[in-house]
Design a protein around this ligand. Structure first.
Ligand code: DUC
Ligand code: ZN
Ligand code: ZN
Length: 469
């Protein structure tokens, strides 16, 4: 047998189903041996006292996504994936936004141009469809799915992005025939627009009114409608960034009827509330995201959902804008009204420590569930399994070494993203990623990057329900 490149010894290896003491042998970027007394390797990594986890996969991040005129996202592919790898991730799935009238192929080419040579993690794109013409659905989408772009996202809200019910039906039909899995942003746009107009009439312009004008009812109704539309076409869907119990109950009701509905929640619904938008002056804008954080009862509901399986996925919904920036949260129009504050918050670096600390360390979920929610289920759902999402012979050696007892305080000055704040400033966490290994190479150790950008590669994916070879 040829020499191993790397052996990881003494750690506790965790998958979505098992916890075991084992050593891991790596050659040519793949896991080739799991066991004890492994042969010698060029590099030995001592993982005594650490968890050896499949690298985190964040299947919901926004990077360099164009928005309203004059608004610029805080992260490019370099800073977003640097932040991701420092937070324990080895793969991220950002969105490739189709502008109205744009061909999907052009959009994909443009995003590849931004990502190429700049990434610290592996990357694979979801396609946001804003213009589902017969040409897009009938010609472009099937070709792109065959090329490994096997998931799409549609919006039920936002001017310029939202689709009508008819358009969503046609898109789901296109998803079904091509094999693409459809993610849905479920909020009722008319309810939101109506409430925003009434808020404007009253002169309610502060950031806190972002939360009151996007109520649970708007999310619940749209979740119900999205699931109903998927039932008409008989196709699976993913309801992303679910924030509350009512929407969770719609997912459960759909499943009881036999629908294949997957659910995702995010850190902002576990540790933030609408009170965070009600800070002095304009500071609440740091927490403006959609759906908005709710209340402590909703937080408890989301924890129930993570534990019981209502949620298959935990993602960051990283969507960063700088705060002290005229192209970010403080764009001139945003200072006048919450309505124009860019929607989204940074979180790809802090999401795993938050779930580990609040979930595993506090006994709400066990470590195998943590792995399922942060890696394995993403790989399975979005067609990366078993190349990614687990530690098994033949899988990519994407591994995060996790110190379960290390305590940190989340602070802007320890993070690596392009934003100028973290909405989790001051949150104390127990459990921290101390080393991130991508295809056998250590990319991050103790918060330091050890390789140049460009190590990350694009990943083609299988269609949902099929395995990658
Ligand atoms: N939806 C997202 O998925 N991310 C950020 C903003 C939004 O509305
Ligand atoms: Zn969304
Ligand atoms: Zn998002």
């Amino acid at each position: 047998m040829t020499l191993l490149d790397t052996v990881i010894t003494g750690g506790t290896v965790v998958t979505a189903s098992d916890v075991s003491r084992a050593d891991i042998g790596i050659r040519d970027g793949k896991v080739v041996l799991i066991g004890s007394e492994l042969p010698a390797a060029k590099e030995e990594i001592d993982a005594t006292g650490l968890y050896v986890l499949p690298g985190g996969i964040d299947s919901h991040v926004h990077i360099a996504q164009p928005g309203e005129p004059g608004v610029v996202m805080a992260d490019d592919f370099e800073s977003a994936t640097r932040s991701a790898v420092c937070g324990g991730h080895t793969t991220v799935l950002p969105f490739c936004l189709q502008a109205k009238g744009q061909s999907l192929h052009d959009a994909v080419r443009w995003y590849h141009g931004l990502a190429e040579g700049n990434c610290f993690t592996d990357v694979s794109f979801h396609l946001i469809l804003t213009d589902p013409t017969p040409q897009v659905l009938g010609q472009e989408l099937p070709g792109l799915v065959a090329d490994g772009y096997t998931s799409i996202k549609v919006f039920m809200t936002y001017e310029g992005m939202k689709l009508s019910d008819r358009e969503i039906l046609e898109t789901l039909e296109g998803a079904k025939s091509s094999g693409a899995l459809c993610m849905v942003h479920a909020e009722n746009d008319d309810i939101i627009e109506y409430l925003r107009d009434r808020a404007a009439d009253r002169g309610d312009t502060a950031p806190k009114f972002h939360a009151t004008t996007r109520p649970v009812t708007a999310e619940r109704e749209a979740t119900h409608r999205a699931i109903s539309l998927a039932e008409v076409i008989d196709v699976p869907i993913v309801i992303v960034h679910v924030s509350n119990r009512d929407a969770m109950e719609e997912i459960q009701a759909g499943r009881r009827r036999g629908s294949k509905v997957f659910g995702e929640t995010c850190p902002q619904y576990l540790v933030l509330t609408r009170d965070d938008l009600d800070l002095e002056g304009f500071d609440g804008a740091k927490y403006v995201c959609s759906p908005p954080p709710r209340d402590t009862a909703s937080q408890a509901a989301c924890w129930d959902g993570l534990r019981t399986g209502v949620f298959d996925l935990y993602s960051s919904d990283h969507c960063p804008y700088r705060f002290e920036d005229r192209q970010g949260k403080k764009r001139p129009a945003g200072l006048k009204s919450f309505r124009w504050v860019p929607n989204g918050i940074p979180g790809v670096e802090t999401s795993l420590p938050i779930l580990f600390s609040e979930g595993v360390s506090k006994g709400r979920i066990d470590i195998t569930r943590f792995v399922a929610l942060t890696s394995t289920n993403h790989a399975k759902l979005y067609g990366l399994y078993p190349r990614k999402g687990t530690i098994a012979v033949g899988s990519d050696a994407d591994i995060t070494l996790w110190d379960p007892s290390r305590q940190e305080v989340l602070r802007q000055d320890i993070l690596h993203h392009g934003a100028d704040y973290t909405p989790y400033e001051g949150l104390e966490v127990t459990g921290w990623p101390v080393r991130t290994i991508l295809r056998g190479k250590t990319v991050m150790r103790d918060g330091e990057l050890l390789v140049d950008k460009g190590i990350g590669r694009h990943q083609k994916r299988a269609v949902h329900g099929e395995r990658l070879e």
